[in-house]
Write a protein that binds this ligand. Structure first.
Ligand SMILES: *Cc1c(COP(=O)(O)O)cnc(C)c1O
Length: 799
């Protein structure tokens, strides 16, 4: 394909604006400019999308389907330009036409189809798979409203609907010709047909039409474009059937909203319907597609892999059984052999309250045929395993128990692979959360530490650092992530370290400018440490520990002792609307910010910023400017974490507990290049008689900090301050905040000391960047492809 030139692009772009809006470029607004550019890019990659599909089909290439109830793709304009290799031509042309590229980029809505790390991981994987020419397809739900938009009123979180589709979605293509019917409710029974086969009969079901919308996932400069498919619920089109208004409402609401909670699953019927809707539509379309190209279903695992990302899509297992038995007339044993070979599962949590379960009667009423199949999976599992492992163990880990369907157990039993998302997490799954099933199926368990795509988090988010790396590294680190290691040789080069410092400074100035414009807070990019904690608001992530330290610093300043280094504490986090305690923490931090930022005695020494509406775009603004990466969850609670990896790749120093992937980061950079603190998992586990009150009583310094919650030091938190105080003392501090406090303060002091020696600090930053390559999701997805799905791919370029 001939290389695109600036004049060619301008011509085509002007035509696009004319066709779409009957206007000249100069009369268009930013949204029109964005839409026209997105549609131009879609046209540009359409031939690659077609060729990729044809290659997979004609060459009978094995394809994997990644099922997830959440994705968090981020904006796609810059990614697609980068991956298609047209960034320079397009930006030059846009400039020549007098257009402001920043405004065009900002006009794209950031699709909030996920809550946090889980959804983001799925999107990173799709990006990396396309970069490796690996046949991986995404399967999710096209929520009409994404995760709520967050703002603050009087320091309280306020939630507003995220109407991300209001102006249409330029990337997607509706494929009504690929729609499927999904059945809910009613009654089911089995009866013999004319051939003596048992077939299910249904009555009084509610049928829903699942319509797919496909978006291309553009590979990094390799002409691969994979498919990301999102399903939307609609009324079936049968003209003989009429629907009441209420029936219409019931159907439409299935894909109306994303559940704004990534850890506690509200036992809501609608959520169960969303889960079955996704898997039924997805699995039906996979089998239908397979049928078009293959005669026998017996070897489906040779060309199809289905991945269950967390338990929400676990009904893919009984749904596949249903299709193979009821529609393809296979025996149970035949169907089960295929299903377990096709399915694989990733667990994402260690919080016991987050292991998903559903009341059996709810499942029986909502998806009766699926419930029958789960009962049979349960019966056979018990029959087969009880003689070997005993009734106690088998009762503890069978799919049905305590009147519920236990989704994680169903997922393990119906899959050939079960993985955790960091070494420690996988170990804890085997030892604790899933220990009974590990005993029965040890060979299924494996670890796949999470990863991040360097394209978004370095090449797009941090052009200054990318430029510096390109200058220094001969190897093509953009194709070979481990090549970033090469900058390690500059870790003692004062000239390079100065350049690295200048890059960070430039990014801090840019963020300070945005904070000034958006939050009306002045922060000092010259002298202050930018100390960043950005992630969902959850008690186990311990934003409270960080907040208590800020109170501590404030009290120190008020007592006449200036901080050794000025600090800017930057938070960003959404709390689930029903998570009362998390919202109280938000209020607390906002009131600390209010107090500290307006106290003339504090000045520029200490600032606190809570950036509202955390999402991928906000993360892209903050991460390149971070000096310190706060990863301070209670050990044993964070499965992996990925913001830790993004921040490290951008040269932030990690301040961390030994939890999740922090442990692997510590291993990679060595103890001199990370600041760790707090109890280990084993210490937490061995702590049998924890008394937060005893710790409080024995530490005067800590008392003063904690009392600030209730003594008026921080105004406007009468209720919240008291509740948080009580959580720490009366309710014995579930996440050991007070137990780790002293150790955290020491670690923070160490950060301040290190920061005052810029050569030392940027040498540490350099090592962190150098070692970040191993956390590239290109490497992670290659391991999924090799070990779990058995897919073909290009080399990751790692020797
Ligand atoms: C990376 C990312 C996360 C995950 O953050 P953790 O600190 O690993 O929990 C959540 N939300 C967004 C928008 C992200 O980009």
């Amino acid at each position: 394909m001939a290389k695109l030139t600036v004049p060619e692009f301008k011509e085509q772009y002007k035509n696009m604006i004319l066709r779409l809006y009957a206007e000249d470029v100069k009369d268009s607004d930013a949204h029109q400019q964005y839409t026209a550019l997105a549609l131009w890019l879609r046209d540009y990659y359409a031939p690659f999308l077609k060729a990729t599909r044809q290659h997979y089909e004609n060459d009978r290439v094995k394809e994997a389907y990644y099922f997830a109830i959440e994705f968090l793709p981020g904006r796609m304009l810059e990614t697609n330009m980068l991956n298609l290799g047209v960034t320079d031509v397009v930006t030059t042309a846009m400039m020549q036409m007098g257009l402001d590229m920043d405004k065009v980029v900002d006009a794209e809505p950031d699709p909030g189809l996920g809550n946090g790390g889980l959804g983001r991981l799925g999107s990173e994987f799709l990006d990396s798979a396309a970069a490796l020419h690996m046949p991986l397809n995404g399967n999710g739900i096209r929520y009409q409203y994404g995760l709520f938009r967050q703002s603050f009123v009087n320091g309280y979180q306020v939630e507003m609907p995220d109407d991300w589709l209001r102006n249409g979605n330029a990337w997607e293509v509706r494929k009504e010709n690929r729609a499927c019917l999904v059945r809910f409710g009613g009654n089911t029974w089995l009866a013999e047909d004319a051939f003596g086969r048992l077939v299910p009969h249904y009555e009084n079901t509610t049928d829903v039409l699942a319509v797919p919308y496909d978006t291309g996932v553009v590979g990094y400069q390799n002409q691969t474009v994979n498919t990301f498919r999102l399903w939307s619920a609609e009324l079936p089109t049968d003209p003989a059937v009429t629907y009441t208004l209420q029936q219409k409402e019931e159907v439409n609401e299935i894909t109306e909203i994303l559940y704004p909670d990534d850890s506690n699953y509200e036992g809501r019927l609608l959520r169960l319907k969303q889960e079955y809707f996704l898997v039924s539509a997805g699995v039906q379309s996979i089998v239908r597609h397979y049928r078009k190209h293959h005669r026998s279903l017996n070897h489906m695992d040779a060309t199809v892999a289905i991945h269950i990302n967390d338990t929400h899509p676990a009904m893919a297992i009984p749904e596949m059984m249903r299709i193979l038995m009821d529609e393809e007339f296979m025996s149970w044993d035949q169907a089960w052999a295929i299903t377990t070979k096709v399915m694989s599962y990733t667990n994402h949590t260690l919080l016991s309250e987050s292991l998903e379960t559903w009341p059996q009667d709810m499942v029986a009423q909502t998806v009766p045929r699926i419930y029958q199949i789960i009962q049979e999976i349960d019966r056979r599992f018990r029959e087969l395993q009880t003689p070997v492992y005993g009734a106690d163990r088998v009762n503890r880990c069978a799919p049905l128990g305590d009147g519920t369907v236990r989704m994680a157990y169903l997922a393990v039993i119906g899959s050939h692979s079960v993985n955790g998302v960091a070494k420690l997490h996988t170990e804890l799954l085997e030892k604790d959360v899933l220990k009974d099933l590990y005993r029965i199926y040890p060979a299924r368990f494996n670890n796949k530490t999470n990863g991040i795509t360097m394209r978004r988090w370095l090449q797009i988010a941090n052009p200054a650092l990318t430029h510096l790396l390109n200058e220094k590294l001969n190897g093509d680190w953009c194709h070979r992530p481990l090549d970033i290691m090469g900058v390690q040789s500059f870790a003692k080069d004062p000239t390079f370290l100065k350049e690295l410092q200048e890059v960070k400074h430039k990014n801090k100035v840019a963020l300070a400018k945005k904070i000034r414009a958006r939050e009306n807070i002045s922060v000092d990019p010259e002298h202050a440490i930018f100390d960043v904690q950005i992630k969902r608001l959850h008690a186990y992530k311990r934003q409270l520990l960080h907040a208590l330290f800020i109170i501590d610093e404030y009290q120190q300043i008020k007592a006449g002792q200036p901080l050794s280094v000025p600090r800017v504490h930057i938070f960003s986090a959404k709390a689930a609307p029903s998570y009362y305690y998390a919202k109280e923490i938000i209020k607390l931090i906002n009131e600390i910010a209010n107090t500290v930022n307006h106290d003339p005695a504090v000045g520029d020494q200490l600032k606190v910023v809570f950036v509202p509406n955390y999402g991928v775009s906000e993360a892209e603004d903050m991460i390149p400017a971070a000096d310190v990466s706060e990863q301070i969850s209670l050990a044993g609670k964070e499965a992996s974490g990925t913001s830790n990896m993004k921040l490290m790749a951008n040269g932030a120093i990690t301040l961390a507990t030994m939890d999740g992937a922090n442990i692997e980061i510590a291993d990679a950079v060595g103890e001199d290049n990370i600041v760790t603190f707090g109890m280990t998992v084993d210490e937490v586990g061995a702590y049998t008689n924890y008394s937060s009150q005893a710790i409080f009583d024995s530490d005067k310094h800590l008392q003063k900090v904690v009392n600030a919650l209730i003594d008026g030091t921080i105004p406007n938190i009468t209720r919240e301050g008291r509740d948080i105080y009580n959580s720490l003392l009366q309710y014995n501090d579930e996440y050991f905040v007070l137990a780790d406090y002293e150790s955290y303060v020491k670690a923070q002091d160490k950060i301040s000391t290190l920061y005052q020696d810029p050569e030392k600090w940027y040498s540490m930053a350099c090592i962190n960047i150098a070692k970040s390559g191993q956390f590239s999701s290109d490497l992670t997805i290659a391991r999924y492809g090799d070990d779990i799905w058995h897919l073909t791919r290009d080399q990751v370029g790692v020797n």
